[in-house]
Ligand binder design. Structure first.
Ligand code: GLV
Ligand code: GLV
Length: 329
Protein backbone atom coordinates (compact mmCIF):
# COMPACT_ATOMS: atom_id res chain seq x y z
CA UNK A 1 0.00 0.00 0.00
CA UNK A 2 1.02 3.60 -0.50
CA UNK A 3 2.68 5.59 2.28
CA UNK A 4 0.28 7.90 4.11
CA UNK A 5 0.89 11.62 4.26
CA UNK A 6 -0.80 14.65 5.72
CA UNK A 7 -0.91 17.96 3.84
CA UNK A 8 -1.37 20.16 6.89
CA UNK A 9 -2.60 23.35 5.21
CA UNK A 10 -4.44 24.10 1.99
CA UNK A 11 -2.10 24.23 -1.01
CA UNK A 12 -2.56 24.21 -4.80
CA UNK A 13 -5.12 21.45 -5.53
CA UNK A 14 -3.25 20.13 -8.56
CA UNK A 15 -0.14 19.63 -6.42
CA UNK A 16 -2.23 17.65 -3.91
CA UNK A 17 -3.43 15.58 -6.90
CA UNK A 18 0.20 14.93 -7.86
CA UNK A 19 0.88 13.74 -4.30
CA UNK A 20 -2.13 11.37 -4.55
CA UNK A 21 -0.33 9.52 -7.38
CA UNK A 22 2.31 8.50 -4.82
CA UNK A 23 0.57 8.57 -1.46
CA UNK A 24 -2.59 8.00 0.46
CA UNK A 25 -3.23 11.70 1.20
CA UNK A 26 -5.20 13.40 3.96
CA UNK A 27 -5.36 17.09 3.14
CA UNK A 28 -6.92 20.23 4.56
CA UNK A 29 -8.75 21.99 1.70
CA UNK A 30 -10.77 24.09 4.19
CA UNK A 31 -7.42 25.34 5.55
CA UNK A 32 -8.40 24.79 9.18
CA UNK A 33 -5.81 25.80 11.75
CA UNK A 34 -5.43 22.69 13.91
CA UNK A 35 -4.37 22.77 17.53
CA UNK A 36 -1.18 20.82 18.33
CA UNK A 37 -3.46 18.08 19.71
CA UNK A 38 -5.55 17.92 16.50
CA UNK A 39 -2.38 17.89 14.39
CA UNK A 40 -0.93 15.05 16.50
CA UNK A 41 -4.13 13.03 16.10
CA UNK A 42 -3.94 13.39 12.31
CA UNK A 43 -0.26 12.45 12.24
CA UNK A 44 -0.73 9.33 14.39
CA UNK A 45 -0.86 7.04 11.34
CA UNK A 46 1.12 9.11 8.80
CA UNK A 47 4.52 8.43 7.26
CA UNK A 48 5.09 12.00 6.11
CA UNK A 49 3.76 15.53 6.32
CA UNK A 50 3.81 18.63 4.17
CA UNK A 51 4.01 21.42 6.75
CA UNK A 52 4.16 25.20 6.82
CA UNK A 53 5.49 27.62 9.40
CA UNK A 54 2.22 27.35 11.30
CA UNK A 55 2.79 23.75 12.47
CA UNK A 56 5.13 23.33 15.41
CA UNK A 57 7.01 20.01 15.10
CA UNK A 58 8.43 19.15 18.51
CA UNK A 59 9.22 16.15 20.72
CA UNK A 60 5.67 15.83 22.06
CA UNK A 61 4.22 15.76 18.56
CA UNK A 62 6.83 13.26 17.32
CA UNK A 63 6.06 10.95 20.25
CA UNK A 64 2.41 10.96 19.17
CA UNK A 65 3.34 10.18 15.54
CA UNK A 66 5.39 6.96 15.73
CA UNK A 67 5.36 6.27 11.95
CA UNK A 68 6.29 9.80 10.88
CA UNK A 69 9.55 9.84 8.95
CA UNK A 70 9.62 13.21 7.17
CA UNK A 71 8.25 16.74 7.53
CA UNK A 72 8.62 18.72 4.31
CA UNK A 73 8.25 22.41 5.17
CA UNK A 74 6.87 24.70 2.47
CA UNK A 75 9.20 27.55 3.53
CA UNK A 76 12.92 28.28 3.50
CA UNK A 77 12.80 29.08 7.24
CA UNK A 78 12.12 26.16 9.56
CA UNK A 79 12.07 27.61 13.03
CA UNK A 80 8.74 25.80 13.47
CA UNK A 81 10.86 22.61 13.57
CA UNK A 82 12.58 21.52 16.76
CA UNK A 83 15.44 20.18 14.64
CA UNK A 84 17.25 18.47 17.52
CA UNK A 85 14.06 16.65 18.55
CA UNK A 86 13.46 15.58 14.95
CA UNK A 87 17.02 14.36 14.50
CA UNK A 88 17.03 12.32 17.70
CA UNK A 89 13.62 10.87 16.84
CA UNK A 90 14.90 9.89 13.37
CA UNK A 91 12.66 12.30 11.46
CA UNK A 92 13.92 13.99 8.31
CA UNK A 93 13.19 17.71 7.86
CA UNK A 94 13.34 19.53 4.53
CA UNK A 95 12.78 23.16 3.48
CA UNK A 96 12.45 25.10 0.22
CA UNK A 97 15.65 27.08 -0.39
CA UNK A 98 16.66 28.67 -3.70
CA UNK A 99 13.25 28.60 -5.39
CA UNK A 100 12.12 31.72 -3.48
CA UNK A 101 15.38 33.66 -3.35
CA UNK A 102 14.83 36.21 -6.14
CA UNK A 103 11.12 36.67 -5.41
CA UNK A 104 11.86 37.34 -1.74
CA UNK A 105 14.71 39.70 -2.61
CA UNK A 106 12.32 41.59 -4.93
CA UNK A 107 9.89 41.99 -2.06
CA UNK A 108 12.59 43.08 0.38
CA UNK A 109 13.53 45.79 -2.07
CA UNK A 110 9.88 46.76 -2.65
CA UNK A 111 9.33 47.05 1.11
CA UNK A 112 12.48 49.15 1.44
CA UNK A 113 11.30 51.51 -1.29
CA UNK A 114 7.73 51.72 0.04
CA UNK A 115 9.10 52.51 3.49
CA UNK A 116 11.72 55.08 2.47
CA UNK A 117 9.27 56.84 0.16
CA UNK A 118 6.28 56.57 2.53
CA UNK A 119 4.04 54.97 -0.08
CA UNK A 120 1.41 53.38 2.16
CA UNK A 121 1.19 56.30 4.57
CA UNK A 122 0.63 58.71 1.67
CA UNK A 123 -1.93 56.42 0.06
CA UNK A 124 -3.93 56.33 3.28
CA UNK A 125 -3.85 60.14 3.32
CA UNK A 126 -5.09 60.32 -0.27
CA UNK A 127 -7.85 57.74 0.29
CA UNK A 128 -8.97 59.61 3.42
CA UNK A 129 -9.63 62.68 1.24
CA UNK A 130 -6.96 64.75 2.98
CA UNK A 131 -5.06 65.74 -0.20
CA UNK A 132 -6.19 69.30 -0.86
CA UNK A 133 -2.99 71.08 -1.85
CA UNK A 134 0.69 70.69 -2.75
CA UNK A 135 3.19 71.34 -0.03
CA UNK A 136 6.97 71.42 -0.14
CA UNK A 137 7.54 68.68 2.40
CA UNK A 138 4.45 66.54 1.95
CA UNK A 139 5.54 62.92 2.53
CA UNK A 140 9.15 63.83 1.91
CA UNK A 141 11.10 60.65 2.59
CA UNK A 142 14.65 59.49 2.17
CA UNK A 143 16.62 58.55 -0.94
CA UNK A 144 17.42 55.02 -1.93
CA UNK A 145 19.83 55.61 -4.82
CA UNK A 146 23.31 56.50 -3.63
CA UNK A 147 22.52 55.73 0.02
CA UNK A 148 24.15 53.11 2.25
CA UNK A 149 22.37 49.77 2.44
CA UNK A 150 23.17 47.65 5.49
CA UNK A 151 22.22 43.96 5.25
CA UNK A 152 22.23 41.74 8.34
CA UNK A 153 22.17 38.12 7.20
CA UNK A 154 24.01 37.62 3.91
CA UNK A 155 22.56 34.32 2.73
CA UNK A 156 21.11 33.90 -0.73
CA UNK A 157 18.29 36.39 -0.15
CA UNK A 158 20.61 38.97 1.42
CA UNK A 159 22.93 38.64 -1.58
CA UNK A 160 19.97 39.17 -3.92
CA UNK A 161 19.07 42.39 -2.12
CA UNK A 162 22.71 43.51 -2.21
CA UNK A 163 22.86 42.99 -5.98
CA UNK A 164 19.68 44.97 -6.51
CA UNK A 165 20.95 47.82 -4.35
CA UNK A 166 24.49 47.96 -5.71
CA UNK A 167 23.81 47.35 -9.40
CA UNK A 168 20.35 48.85 -9.76
CA UNK A 169 20.44 51.81 -7.41
CA UNK A 170 24.13 52.64 -6.97
CA UNK A 171 23.93 51.99 -3.25
CA UNK A 172 26.97 51.45 -1.09
CA UNK A 173 26.41 48.01 0.44
CA UNK A 174 27.72 46.92 3.83
CA UNK A 175 26.80 43.60 5.42
CA UNK A 176 27.10 41.63 8.60
CA UNK A 177 26.89 37.85 8.77
CA UNK A 178 28.14 34.98 10.92
CA UNK A 179 30.77 34.33 8.26
CA UNK A 180 32.27 36.44 5.49
CA UNK A 181 31.38 35.83 1.88
CA UNK A 182 34.12 34.71 -0.46
CA UNK A 183 36.03 37.59 -2.10
CA UNK A 184 34.37 36.63 -5.41
CA UNK A 185 30.85 36.89 -3.95
CA UNK A 186 31.72 40.11 -2.13
CA UNK A 187 32.86 41.56 -5.44
CA UNK A 188 29.74 40.35 -7.26
CA UNK A 189 27.48 41.89 -4.60
CA UNK A 190 29.76 44.94 -4.25
CA UNK A 191 29.38 44.38 -0.52
CA UNK A 192 31.78 45.20 2.31
CA UNK A 193 31.83 43.20 5.54
CA UNK A 194 31.50 45.31 8.70
CA UNK A 195 30.73 44.71 12.36
CA UNK A 196 27.09 44.89 13.43
CA UNK A 197 27.61 48.12 15.38
CA UNK A 198 29.32 49.86 12.49
CA UNK A 199 26.54 48.71 10.16
CA UNK A 200 23.84 50.09 12.44
CA UNK A 201 25.67 53.42 12.87
CA UNK A 202 26.37 53.99 9.17
CA UNK A 203 23.51 52.45 7.16
CA UNK A 204 20.69 54.60 5.80
CA UNK A 205 18.59 51.48 5.28
CA UNK A 206 18.99 48.35 7.38
CA UNK A 207 17.53 45.10 5.98
CA UNK A 208 17.24 41.99 8.15
CA UNK A 209 17.45 38.58 6.46
CA UNK A 210 18.81 36.29 9.19
CA UNK A 211 17.21 32.94 10.06
CA UNK A 212 15.47 32.88 13.42
CA UNK A 213 17.07 30.94 16.27
CA UNK A 214 17.57 31.43 19.99
CA UNK A 215 20.85 33.15 19.07
CA UNK A 216 19.19 35.63 16.68
CA UNK A 217 16.26 36.44 19.01
CA UNK A 218 16.03 40.26 19.30
CA UNK A 219 19.04 40.85 17.05
CA UNK A 220 17.53 44.34 16.94
CA UNK A 221 16.37 45.60 20.34
CA UNK A 222 16.41 48.95 22.11
CA UNK A 223 20.23 49.09 22.30
CA UNK A 224 20.65 48.40 18.55
CA UNK A 225 17.87 50.80 17.55
CA UNK A 226 19.63 53.51 19.58
CA UNK A 227 22.71 53.14 17.35
CA UNK A 228 20.79 53.82 14.13
CA UNK A 229 20.68 57.21 12.41
CA UNK A 230 17.53 59.25 13.14
CA UNK A 231 16.97 59.31 9.36
CA UNK A 232 17.36 55.54 8.92
CA UNK A 233 14.81 52.92 7.94
CA UNK A 234 14.64 49.32 9.20
CA UNK A 235 13.23 46.47 7.11
CA UNK A 236 12.41 43.03 8.56
CA UNK A 237 11.68 40.27 6.06
CA UNK A 238 13.39 37.63 8.23
CA UNK A 239 11.19 36.38 11.06
CA UNK A 240 9.19 37.76 13.91
CA UNK A 241 11.35 37.79 17.02
CA UNK A 242 14.46 39.02 15.17
CA UNK A 243 13.24 42.51 16.13
CA UNK A 244 11.89 43.53 19.54
CA UNK A 245 8.63 44.88 18.12
CA UNK A 246 7.65 46.73 21.32
CA UNK A 247 10.99 48.57 21.40
CA UNK A 248 10.66 49.34 17.68
CA UNK A 249 7.20 50.86 18.14
CA UNK A 250 8.64 53.24 20.77
CA UNK A 251 11.48 54.51 18.54
CA UNK A 252 9.12 54.92 15.59
CA UNK A 253 6.65 56.90 17.71
CA UNK A 254 9.44 59.11 19.05
CA UNK A 255 10.98 59.47 15.54
CA UNK A 256 14.32 58.16 16.76
CA UNK A 257 14.47 56.36 13.43
CA UNK A 258 12.54 57.55 10.38
CA UNK A 259 10.51 54.50 9.44
CA UNK A 260 10.25 50.72 9.36
CA UNK A 261 8.91 48.14 6.92
CA UNK A 262 7.80 44.85 8.45
CA UNK A 263 6.63 41.67 6.74
CA UNK A 264 7.04 39.47 9.85
CA UNK A 265 6.01 39.96 13.46
CA UNK A 266 6.53 38.50 16.92
CA UNK A 267 3.50 36.31 17.59
CA UNK A 268 2.08 36.73 14.04
CA UNK A 269 -0.61 36.78 12.80
CA UNK A 270 -1.03 39.05 15.83
CA UNK A 271 0.72 42.40 15.43
CA UNK A 272 1.91 44.46 18.39
CA UNK A 273 -0.89 47.02 18.90
CA UNK A 274 1.56 49.94 19.14
CA UNK A 275 2.82 49.18 15.61
CA UNK A 276 -0.74 49.58 14.34
CA UNK A 277 -0.98 53.13 15.69
CA UNK A 278 2.33 54.62 14.49
CA UNK A 279 2.12 56.08 10.96
CA UNK A 280 5.74 55.61 9.90
CA UNK A 281 5.67 51.86 9.43
CA UNK A 282 4.71 49.80 6.37
CA UNK A 283 3.07 46.54 7.40
CA UNK A 284 2.55 43.48 5.21
CA UNK A 285 1.22 40.03 6.22
CA UNK A 286 4.28 37.78 5.66
CA UNK A 287 4.04 37.77 1.86
CA UNK A 288 7.67 38.17 0.76
CA UNK A 289 7.66 34.87 -1.16
CA UNK A 290 4.08 35.26 -2.37
CA UNK A 291 4.06 35.22 -6.15
CA UNK A 292 2.09 32.50 -7.91
CA UNK A 293 5.10 30.94 -9.65
CA UNK A 294 7.21 30.97 -6.49
CA UNK A 295 4.52 29.61 -4.19
CA UNK A 296 3.95 26.84 -6.74
CA UNK A 297 7.69 26.13 -6.88
CA UNK A 298 7.81 25.95 -3.07
CA UNK A 299 4.85 23.55 -2.90
CA UNK A 300 6.31 21.41 -5.69
CA UNK A 301 9.71 21.25 -3.98
CA UNK A 302 8.07 20.20 -0.68
CA UNK A 303 6.10 17.55 -2.63
CA UNK A 304 9.26 16.37 -4.41
CA UNK A 305 11.02 15.97 -1.07
CA UNK A 306 8.21 13.72 0.15
CA UNK A 307 8.18 11.71 -3.10
CA UNK A 308 11.97 11.26 -3.15
CA UNK A 309 12.38 10.48 0.52
CA UNK A 310 9.43 8.14 1.02
CA UNK A 311 10.32 6.54 -2.33
CA UNK A 312 13.65 5.47 -0.81
CA UNK A 313 15.90 8.16 -2.27
CA UNK A 314 17.58 10.84 -0.21
CA UNK A 315 15.82 14.11 0.60
CA UNK A 316 16.40 16.89 -1.97
CA UNK A 317 16.81 19.80 0.43
CA UNK A 318 17.44 18.41 3.92
CA UNK A 319 17.78 20.54 7.04
CA UNK A 320 19.04 17.69 9.27
CA UNK A 321 20.68 14.29 9.00
CA UNK A 322 18.87 11.83 11.24
CA UNK A 323 20.46 8.43 11.61
CA UNK A 324 18.63 6.01 9.27
CA UNK A 325 16.53 3.19 10.62
CA UNK A 326 15.15 4.82 13.78
CA UNK A 327 11.67 4.85 12.27
CA UNK A 328 11.95 1.81 10.09
CA UNK A 329 12.84 3.61 6.85
C1 GLV B 1 8.95 32.34 4.57
O1 GLV B 1 9.01 33.07 5.52
C2 GLV B 1 9.82 31.24 4.40
O2 GLV B 1 10.57 30.91 5.33
O3 GLV B 1 9.81 30.65 3.31
C1 GLV C 1 17.96 32.62 4.12
O1 GLV C 1 17.75 31.45 4.38
C2 GLV C 1 18.56 33.05 2.88
O2 GLV C 1 18.62 32.24 1.96
O3 GLV C 1 19.00 34.22 2.83
Amino acid sequence: SKPRILVARAIFPDIVDRLREHFDVEDNPADAIWTPHELAARLADKDGALTTGSQRIDAALLAAAPRLKICANMAVGYNNFDVDAMTSAGVQGTNTPDVLTETTADFGFALLMATARRMTESEHYLRAGKWTKWSYDMFAGSDIHGSTLGIIGMGRIGQGIARRGAHGFGMKVVYHNRSRLSPALEAECKATYVGKEELLRTADHVVLVVPYSAASHHTIGAAELALMKPTATLINIARGGIVDDAALAVVLRDRRIAAAGLDVFEGEPSVHPDLLTVPNVVLTPHIASATVPTRRAMANLAADNLIAFLGGQGPLTPVNQPAPGLRGQ
